[in-house]
Design a protein around this ligand. Structure first.
Ligand code: NDP
Length: 419
């Protein structure tokens, strides 16, 4: 596009100038970009072609008790009701003792994918016979992680097709999420394979299907704690278990079930400075681990108790990436008050289960819209131009008339202004 040649070489102010000349933004629009930029130097160190800072609301989920400790969980989200639902689900579980959560293992996996393989068996034999020198090679590529007590742990190889073999490397990345350090190690291992086997390599990259970094949360709720509006706790528990079964059977429902879980997990992952796309990718791959996409959580009734369980790959860092660069992330870590990556993972998996409980509870009782309504009507009122002094009235009239569309909201606002 004209005017955008070598855009990345321009400084921040020059980039904004181009937007006036070439993208036809007016002065007020550019002013908005400037005001929101907050700290252009920070932005420029984080991403390319930086123009502004796009902010999302941050709120706190309350009531989350995990392994007998209560947490404040900062969540960054644009979606109304997510934080209220997380706090509600966490509150139900807090009253009956809180969540238990555990880490199964914490290793990151990466792949060196060999292509044009002429003899897969011979290549696999080479990997087996040279396991310790391949692990040494990985460790020498990032010695500081070995000093910290981590490093490459094991190798395995998988034949994906007659000509494609993946060498998988498992690394203890300590407090980091580990993508960059793992990628460095994988590229070193790839070079060794090229030089020792004259083998073509297609790519070397970590896998976000982090099956060696699983985390689980569980909870147990006496069914009588679930009673609401004259509906017995027993009936609600049975419906929750049925909703869980539905998400195991039907991918159409499973996707929405898991989206509800990720509403909480993504928001907390983002606030913690971690890479939420990596977590999303891993979670959905894990949901399809047996060949069919299923709900990540399960709820079932045993005797008088509703039991819930959520397991997913959750490779979160307490250091690395943007974590030490973004000042707000430090504040969020202090609010969370956790001691290391493993504890952070137990908190966030539990938040996902709390979020799931609240969503299913609403769905099988009063429906999802009731709880969603007030904030959504507020957003609707703002979107049709209601000013601060008009929002409450527009929301009230929409509620009274059972309306929730923009045409009605506009008419109500017009009517209000006439009066
Ligand atoms: P970094 O590249 O920032 O590496 C971690 C850093 O933390 C290192 O500098 C390390 O120091 C330092 N560190 C300090 N204390 C510790 C400790 N106790 N344990 C471990 N490290 C420590 O981040 P990651 O390697 O974690 O990679 C995460 C980033 O990679 C994210 O930004 C992610 O978005 C991105 N990414 C993700 C990909 C994916 O998911 N597919 C692909 C590529 C990148 P030292 O150098 O001394 O070891």
């Amino acid at each position: 596009m004209d005017g955008f040649e070598k855009y990345y070489r321009k400084n921040w102010e020059q980039r904004l100038e181009v937007l006036i000349k070439q993208a036809k933004l007016n002065k007020q629009q550019v002013e908005l970009l400037k005001i929101n930029a907050q700290d252009p130097n920070l932005g420029e160190t984080m991403i390319e072609n930086f123009i502004t800072q796009y902010s999302l609301p941050e709120g706190l989920a309350l009531n989350l008790v995990v392994n007998d400790k209560e947490y404040l969980v900062p969540m960054v989200t644009e979606e109304p009701s997510v934080i209220a639902a997380a706090s509600h689900g966490a509150g139900i579980v807090k009253r009956v003792g809180g969540f238990r959560a555990k880490i199964h293992e914490r290793l990151m996996l990466g792949q060196v994918v060999c292509e044009n393989v002429s003899d897969a068996v011979a290549l696999q034999t080479y990997f087996k016979e040279n396991e310790s020198s391949l692990l040494d090679c990985a460790n020498q590529a990032h010695p500081s992680i070995v000093k910290r007590g981590g490093g490459a742990r094991w190798l395995r190889s998988r034949v994906l097709a007659a000509d494609l073999v993946s060498l998988d490397l498992a690394v203890d990345v300590q407090e980091a999420m580990g993508a960059n350090m793992l990628n460095t190690m994988l590229e070193a291992v790839a070079q060794k394979i090229i030089s020792e086997c004259n083998q073509d390599i297609l790519m070397s990259i970590l896998s976000n299907y982090a099956t060696e970094c699983l985390v689980s949360a569980t909870c147990q709720i006496p069914v009588n704690a679930l009673a609401k509006n004259g509906i017995s706790g027993e009936k609600i528990a049975a419906k929750l278990a049925q909703a869980s079964r539905l998400a195991q059977l039907d991918p159409y429902r499973a996707a929405t079930h898991n989206k509800g879980i990720m509403n909480g997990i993504d928001a907390a992952v983002l606030a913690s400075g971690n890479d939420w796309r990596a977590i999303e990718a891993g979670a959905h791959a894990y949901a399809a681990k047996d060949g069919q996409y299923r709900g990540l959580s399960q709820w079932y009734v045993e005797g008088e108790v509703l039991k819930g369980e959520l397991t997913l790959p959750l490779p979160l860092g307490s250091v690395g990436g943007s974590i030490s660069i973004v000042p707000l992330v430090k504040v969020n870590h202090d609010l969370l008050n956790f001691k290391g990556a493993k504890e952070l993972e137990t908190v966030i998996v539990s938040l996902g289960l709390a979020q799931n409980l609240a969503a299913l509870y609403a769905l099988v009782t009063e429906g999802i819209q009731k709880g969603h309504m007030s904030l959504q009507l507020k957003s609707l009122a703002v979107s049709v131009g209601a000013k601060d002094t008009e929002i409450a009235q527009v929301v009230q009239l929409l509620k009274q008339q059972g309306l929730r569309d923009s045409k009605s909201a506009k008419e109500i606002l017009k009517q209000l202004r006439k009066e």
